[in-house]
Design a protein around this ligand. Structure first.
Ligand code: SF4
Length: 175
């Protein structure tokens, strides 16, 4: 019952409010519209977060990681941590071929493939978001997996928002 009230009253209200004022943009709606119309080009962060060294994060001790910055200080049961080396000491070319990076990357790509196989919303945003997958679903980040699929975040921010925006686009197109 609660879900019905939220869908029927609150989201359309925000959508109408956003349209009528044209001054206030609701980020979540704008984001989904961007994905619907421009796909992956709309979100370079999304593709960067699954591409090794598209993002390079370095901490105060010159340790570095890639994919997304939160990995710098995360601990993990299987990987121990996500530090790949020290930027002042280690050769990036060697790190790029390291088993640790390969293992993380393979798990992230497996997560994308799992999403592609399982999720009807895959075309909206692809199945990346490794950060959300690692710490989503209430699991502790140290126990999380990059090859997971649905998280609470994508359920609310991607799937629910896509439903509302696509429904609204259909209504607009038949008027
Ligand atoms: S919405 Fe969630 S489950 Fe679906 S493809 Fe995206 S990340 Fe995967």
């Amino acid at each position: 019952m609660m879900k019905l009230i939220i869908k029927l009253k609150i989201y359309p209200y925000f959508l109408q409010f956003s349209k009528s004022t044209k001054k206030i943009k609701v980020r979540e709606f704008e984001t989904i519209l961007g994905y619907v119309f421009y796909g992956e080009e709309y979100d370079s962060m999304q593709s960067s977060s699954i591409s090794p060294f598209s993002i390079l994060s370095i901490d105060k001790d010159e340790n570095f990681c890639t994919f997304f910055q939160e990995l710098l200080d995360m601990k993990h049961n299987r990987y121990e941590n996500f530090i790949l080396g020290n930027i002042m000491v280690d050769d990036i070319d060697k790190v790029a071929k390291s088993p640790k990076l390969k293992e993380i990357y393979n798990e992230i790509i497996q997560g994308v493939e799992n999403c592609q196989n399982e999720c009807e919303y895959f075309d909206v945003r692809g199945g990346g978001m490794p950060s959300s997958k690692l710490s989503g679903n209430g699991n502790r980040p140290e126990e999380g997996r990059f090859d997971a699929t649905e998280t609470l975040y994508c359920k609310l921010a991607i799937k629910k928002m896509a439903d509302i925006v696509l429904e609204d686009l259909e209504i607009m197109s038949i008027k």
